[in-house]
Design a protein around this ligand. Structure first.
Ligand code: SF4
Length: 445
């Protein structure tokens, strides 16, 4: 295993800090045959729109695409659960030869009558891009007949990277924004963007902002509702986490409605506190907002700090690898792991940009491997070489970590434990401690 080799075409997407000049090649299509850890364009759209709980999500394509993304996120809803179905037109050979538009129309007609959604999203998958079904025309027709927005999401899987799927989802959301009534929304108001309510995280974040005296108009898209999205242009500020997934929409809303945005992260004490302070700073015409933010930070840190200290003592000197979707999340992870005594020796992302990797380079210690669009072989190689104790990643990295005898913390959208906010930081430390210190690793050959 120690002699694992990387593909020569991948060399300019892997960098070891301190050993060579930094020129990361990124934002390009995955190398054919390298078994990229990335998801497809369709999956990118699906994960962004999925948490909208009162919408119908219909996948136009073969059943495999729907199975691949069925209940893909642990995104909770306080009301409807319609998002948790994975409806599909289940295209077969004859549909692909003769076209799937009739089947799409029939599926929409029946599903809207049964479930009475507030809107419907129709996802185009690979095969739709190949056979050329006019899903826009079908969506327009059904929208007129049923009186709800029926929106085509152009997310043909092969046409780019997962990031293009995020953009397609943002373009779909942009069609809803601006349609609602905003006269009752006050100036101390914001939208939470890029927070998907995994294990109820968006509810905690919303509560912090409400305690600061701010009105949360809409959450994109955790516990999302069509009605809230339609009036989101009435907010004074967009607060964007997970910038890869939401920047297209934030930029659109800034251009069209003049709503500025700031980028934040809710992972780790440092970044969570910074998010509250940055938002309070935006509303500085009312000093009580900042005063309340300071009080929240003080109370929350005091509540978790003694327990964090215990975990830090036990984890001091252990090494971690991070592989995440967007690189922005990796920045917070590095800080959060350092705060519990661990160092990061491998950091990578599926969709990072040049400036993200430059920031990663500046944050990381000498010798850290930084990788773009990795595959399991590369991740395994560097985990072994760097003697990693913990892998922080998603569902695709979990089996690899366990096979290598490495502790694992799920920080992706399938998890069922909240890791955002102050309580989330404590959960994170507990997860890391439980996995790294598990006696099972002593039994590994
Ligand atoms: S859209 Fe294409 S790449 Fe994505 S799951 Fe379907 S067939 Fe696979």
């Amino acid at each position: 295993m120690e002699n694992l080799k990387i593909l020569k075409e991948r060399k300019d997407q892997i960098y070891q800090k301190g050993s060579e000049s930094f020129e990361m090649s990124c934002e390009k299509n995955s190398l054919a045959g390298s078994i990229s850890q990335r998801a497809c364009v369709f999956c990118g759209s699906r994960v962004v729109l999925y948490p909208i709980a009162d919408a119908l999500h219909l996948i136009h394509g073969p059943i495999g695409c729907a199975a691949y993304t069925w209940d893909i996120r642990g995104a909770l809803s306080s009301g409807p659960q319609l998002h948790r179905f994975s409806f599909s037109t289940d295209l077969s050979e004859s549909d692909i030869i003769f076209g799937g538009e009739k089947k799409l129309y029939a599926a929409l007609d029946e599903l809207i009558d049964i479930h009475k959604p507030k809107a419907a999203f129709v996802y185009a998958t690979c095969i739709i891009g190949i056979i050329g079904d006019d899903i826009d025309a079908v969506c327009r027709k059904v929208s007129q007949e049923k009186g709800i927005p029926v929106i085509a999401v152009h997310s043909e899987g092969f046409k780019g990277t997962k990031k293009d799927g995020y953009a397609a989802a943002c373009n779909a959301l942009a069609l809803l924004v601006g349609q609602g009534e905003i006269s009752k929304i006050g100036p101390l108001s914001l939208n939470i963007m890029g927070e998907f309510n995994i294990a109820g995280e968006a509810w905690s974040i919303k509560e912090y902002y409400q305690k600061m005296g701010l009105e949360v108009v809409s959450i994109f898209t955790g516990d999302g509702r069509i009605h809230d999205i339609k009036k989101s242009h009435g907010a004074s500020l967009n607060v964007v986490q997970c910038s890869g997934s939401m920047l297209t929409l934030a930029n659109h809303m800034e251009e069209k409605y003049g709503i500025p945005y700031i980028r934040v992260s809710y992972f780790g004490i440092e970044d969570m506190s910074k998010a509250l302070y940055d938002v309070a700073d935006f509303f500085n015409e009312d000093p009580s907002v900042m005063n309340r933010a300071k009080e929240i930070v003080k109370q929350e840190i005091n509540a978790i700090y003694p327990q964090l200290k215990k975990y830090k003592k036990a984890l001091e000197g252990r090494r971690a690898a991070i592989y995440v979707g967007g690189a922005f999340k990796a920045f917070s992870m590095i800080k959060a792991l350092r705060s519990i005594g661990m160092s990061v020796v491998l950091a990578g992302s599926q969709t990072g940009k040049q400036e993200d990797y430059e920031c990663l380079r500046d944050m990381c210690d000498d010798g850290t491997i930084i990788v773009d669009d990795a595959n399991p072989l590369e991740l395994s190689k560097y985990c072994l070489e760097k003697k990693v104790d913990l892998f922080v990643g998603g569902v695709k990295e979990r089996p690899m970590a366990y096979k290598l005898g490495i502790g694992f913390c799920d920080h992706n959208h399938e998890r069922k434990i909240s890791l955002a906010g102050y309580d989330g930081m404590l959960n994170f430390a507990r997860e890391v401690y439980s996995s790294v210190k598990s006696p099972v690793w002593d039994l590994m050959p």
